[in-house]
Design a protein around this ligand. Structure first.
Ligand SMILES: [Zn+2]
Length: 459
């Protein structure tokens, strides 16, 4: 038997950039909502467009506070020395000043679920440059980003997926990040055993990170098989074609010519400032609270807090129904439907109002659980009101059956001879009785239901 080829060991580290939801930019008071603004270059001023002589405002305190909060949640040591804001130089049309302002670490030496966090710092987002049209939009220029740099502790695309999911969920709990899809950006460093470090840029989803890393590992393995050498380089990930392509040979730190920004005094994080920043409820704390308050099983609480939106949905629904049933439905039925479609709760049409309606319809015995599941399957895509559906369709059918039952009773009492015939074994009598029901119903009765009802009632 051929021996299975051994896979080389892989080390993966991440640099994750997430925008802070402050109203103003990091060093000026322009609005930060670039993701919902159509017109280019309207959220701009001389500072964030790098005009000569424009002086930055003092650093946005909310953004600084948010970075400290995130660093604390990631179990970092908060720096107690002066932190400089530095200029990182490079030339690209998205950067009008020719440098990006980026802070020294705010927190260092943290950890999340066994993955080391090297540092957390703040920086300015560059503008947006459209390679196709050649147009530049500076609405995003200067928006505060928190950057989280991990140790190369991840060993597979699955590790990265799990870590990113957990990290993004934790960040959502802070309420400090911009939640619009695609605003998270990650750079991935991959090195195969005894190979050079390759950086992949422009990944902007958890799914994208997983696919890019899978592709890149295979590319490097295949390159080696053909006798090629893995160079230290920066590659771009193309979300559409799902491949990575060479961008440039990797810059070194020296290439960026970092210098402290002479316009910005170094940050000093006072002890009272750091201690004054309250931490939000973490997923782990919420899990405990859900178990205590709603008496739901631990396994459900664990599933719920793993995605903040699911736990939010549960806490909206639980007080209006039986919390255990609500947890059961969300963790089983709702998740099954979402996973089948490969979407998040946010991407579906389901909301707490709809789920409460479904669970109440079941509780009040207006519909069966099976019907409830079928309704859920439909409203996840359509967002229709379950009560409307039941009134228009399902309930209609049930009341029709009640109606049929009454007609069947009438026919039985009006035709004693036929009933006697049937009871003495003349099966054809059943057809006669059914004909009588059909006549009364103008032929609209469901024949199958009528026969079932007749046989039930005649025993
Ligand atoms: Zn500005």
């Amino acid at each position: 038997m051929q021996k299975l080829e051994e896979r080389p060991k892989v080390k993966i580290g991440l640099e994750i950039h997430v925008p802070i939801n402050s109203r103003q930019k990091l060093f000026c008071d322009c609005p930060t909502n670039y993701y919902e603004v159509e017109e280019p270059n309207i959220n701009t001023c001389p500072v964030c467009t790098g005009m000569p002589g424009a002086k930055p405002f003092p650093i946005n305190e909310y953004a600084l506070e948010s970075a400290v909060m995130i660093a604390k949640l990631l179990n970092c040591k908060i720096v107690n020395v002066k932190a400089f804001v530095k200029r990182k130089h490079y030339n690209y049309p998205d950067l009008p000043s020719g440098y990006q302002r980026t802070s020294d670490p705010i927190g260092t030496d943290g950890e999340l679920s066994g993955i080391g966090i090297w540092e957390v710092h703040l920086e300015e987002d560059p503008g947006r440059y459209d390679l196709v049209t050649g147009r530049v939009d500076y609405n995003r220029s200067g928006v505060p980003l928190v950057e989280i740099v991990t140790a190369p502790d991840m060993k597979s695309p699955e590790d990265v997926r799990n870590f990113l999911k957990e990290l993004m969920n934790l960040l959502r709990y802070t309420g400090r990040i911009i939640e619009v899809g695609g605003v998270m950006r990650a750079d991935v460093n991959i090195s195969l055993e005894s190979g050079a470090r390759v950086e992949i840029k422009n990944i902007n989803s958890v799914k994208g990170a997983y696919k890019a890393i899978k592709y890149e590992i295979m590319r490097q393995i295949n390159l080696r098989k053909r006798g090629g050498v893995i160079r230290q380089e920066t590659r771009g990930y193309n979300e559409k074609s799902m491949i990575t392509t060479a961008m440039r040979i990797k810059e070194t730190t020296d290439d960026y010519r970092y210098i402290p920004d002479p316009d910005i005094p170094p940050l000093v994080l006072e002890k009272s400032f750091i201690e004054g920043i309250g931490l939000p409820e973490t997923p782990q704390n919420r899990k405990k609270r859900l178990i205590e308050r709603y008496k739901i099983p631990e396994k459900y609480a664990q599933i719920l807090v793993r995605e903040k939106e699911l736990a939010d949905l549960f806490e909206d629904v639980a007080p209006n129904t039986d919390p255990k049933i609500a947890a059961d439905w969300i963790c089983r039925e709702v998740l099954r439907q979402l996973n089948y479609r490969g979407i998040d709760l946010k991407e579906s049409k389901l909301n707490s109002k709809i789920l409460i309606e479904v669970l109440k319809l079941i509780r009040d015995k207006k519909i069966t659980e099976t019907t409830g599941k079928k309704i859920l399957e439909r409203i996840i895509d359509s967002g229709e009101s379950p009560i409307d559906i039941v009134e228009k369709e399902t309930l209609g059918r049930i009341s029709k059956e009640d109606e049929l039952s009454m007609i069947v009773d009438d026919v039985i009492s009006e035709n004693p001879e036929a009933v006697q015939d049937y009871e003495s074994g003349k099966k054809r009598a059943l057809n006669f009785l059914m004909g009588q029901v059909m006549r009364k119903m103008n032929g609209r009765a469901d024949a199958e239901v009528v026969i079932r009802l007749l046989m039930e009632k005649l025993g």
